[in-house]
Design a protein around this ligand. Structure first.
Ligand SMILES: [Zn+2]
Ligand SMILES: [Zn+2]
Length: 170
């Protein structure tokens, strides 16, 4: 959705409210397509005596997999976004504060600002349970469903060479 900054001056309280959903089902994040349900973008752009602020919340239902065992995991998340929208920078580009967003024209494309913020906010490794035991590195058995009986030794890398030697002499 687009907002025209010039039009803010004509709006009640100098603010434009928005609340809409967007289909991000084709958006890939970490080899998954986490947004199987529409993502909701809600908030407002306000002009407070020339200081233009974008304040929004992105609501997403995330469908992903446990990083340890691969079981499907679903959860709701909310990402709050707040930016001061500026048309030009006073200092150098490198000085851009992280709460300032440089807009290139009078037309602000909300999706282009808010969706990257949602992606940045995505959890890297979600687990189905803090105590998830994961899969056996040897046979692939889901260890939450019981022990497989494999002997998995944690071998010190410095001793691994020795271990290899001992195995070869058996
Ligand atoms: Zn798990
Ligand atoms: Zn096993």
């Amino acid at each position: 959705m687009q907002i025209r900054l010039q039009e803010l001056a004509t709006m009640p309280d100098y603010r434009a409210r928005f609340d809409y959903t967007i289909d991000l089902s084709q958006e890939e994040v970490g080899f998954e397509f986490p947004f199987q349900q529409p993502v909701r973008l809600e908030g407002e752009v306000s002009d407070d005596a020339g200081a233009i602020t974008l304040s929004a919340t992105v609501y997403a239902h995330v469908t992903t997999r446990c990083a340890r065992c691969g079981k499907p995991v679903e959860y709701d998340k909310e990402t709050d976004v707040e930016f001061l929208l500026v048309k030009e920078l006073e200092g150098e580009e490198e000085d851009l504060r992280d709460d300032v967003y440089l807009v290139e024209s009078d037309v602000v494309e909300l999706d282009d600002i808010l969706i990257p913020e949602l992606i940045l906010d995505m959890e890297m490794a979600v687990v189905c349970d803090e105590d998830c035991k994961g899969l056996c590195p040897k046979c692939g058995q889901n260890l939450n469903q019981g022990e497989c009986g494999c002997v998995v030794k944690e071998v010190d890398p410095r001793l691994a060479v020795l271990q290899k030697f001992l195995d070869s002499t058996k």
